[in-house]
Design a protein around this ligand. Structure first.
Ligand SMILES: CC(C)(COP(=O)(O)OP(=O)(O)OC[C@H]1O[C@@H](n2cnc3c(N)ncnc32)[C@H](O)[C@@H]1OP(=O)(O)O)[C@@H](O)C(=O)NCCC(=O)NCCS
Length: 199
């Protein structure tokens, strides 16, 4: 499989929306194996992120097979995350004080292209863009565990640095997410195609 990871352009917004809809929780068969996003994102919102955050896409030919959205602490988008910081039970509170934080808001890979290093390659481009930042993100644990997300973090040596709980959050009752953090270089899996290799 040959795929390319690069910054999104405005014309990618519709395909990104389509992919986000395909992996949104409401549209997923309920299985821990699938992974999910809590909600879809509109093309309009994707367009707003282009130029104001890091939105990268993975493409095979003209088809978008993955996207990742992230923004650093200095971005205006980070304000929403900062509002949540006091509500997080930190096991490593020093993380919240780090000046160079990069919040990875969401990522998705098309179900037909998973476990081939696409998400890893998208993180790799983020690392190249933000080599000095600590990456943070959340994985839903309750009421439904996002197993692929959790296992991805374990594989890539994220640390669980806190948790966020809410009676109700984005339509879910008894919500809990684990907050994960990781510094350092992202290495491609050795056995899969990347930006240069072909299978
Ligand atoms: C999480 C997700 C982005 C991973 O993308 P990917 O391209 O398959 O990831 P990579 O191929 O780079 O890495 C795969 C690693 O992730 C973990 N993983 C991914 N899917 C898994 C699954 N179903 N079960 C167990 N581990 C899984 C494994 O550690 C795997 O390594 P392995 O294949 O060598 O065992 C993808 O499953 C996805 O889009 N899920 C739906 C949306 C989502 O959950 N987003 C994350 C919200 S925080």
């Amino acid at each position: 499989m040959a795929f390319l990871v690069q910054p999104a352009s405005p014309s990618d917004a519709e395909q990104c929306e389509e992919l986000s809809r395909a992996v949104a929780l409401a549209d997923q068969p309920l299985s821990v194996d699938n992974g999910f996003l809590l909600s879809p994102t509109s093309a309009e919102t994707f367009r707003e992120y282009i130029g104001t955050s890091s939105l990268f896409v993975a493409r095979e030919g003209s088809v978008i097979i993955g996207f990742i959205l992230a923004y650093p602490r200095e971005s205006t988008h980070f304000a929403n995350i900062l509002d949540l910081f006091p509500k997080i039970s930190w096991t490593d509170p020093a993380i919240a004080e780090r000046p160079k934080l990069l919040y990875v808001d969401k990522k998705a890979v098309h179900p037909l292209y998973r476990r081939r290093g696409v998400a890893t390659a998208m993180y790799q481009l983020l690392f190249t863009t933000y080599p000095e930042h600590c990456f943070i993100g959340a994985t839903v644990e309750k009421p439904i565990l996002n197993l692929p997300s959790q296992q991805f973090r374990i594989r890539h040596e994220f640390r669980r640095v806190g948790e966020f709980r809410a009676d109700e959050f984005q339509g879910l009752t008894g919500y809990q997410s684990g907050i994960y953090a990781r510094d350092g270089e992202w290495k491609m899996k050795e056995t899969v195609g990347n930006n240069d290799e072909k299978e």
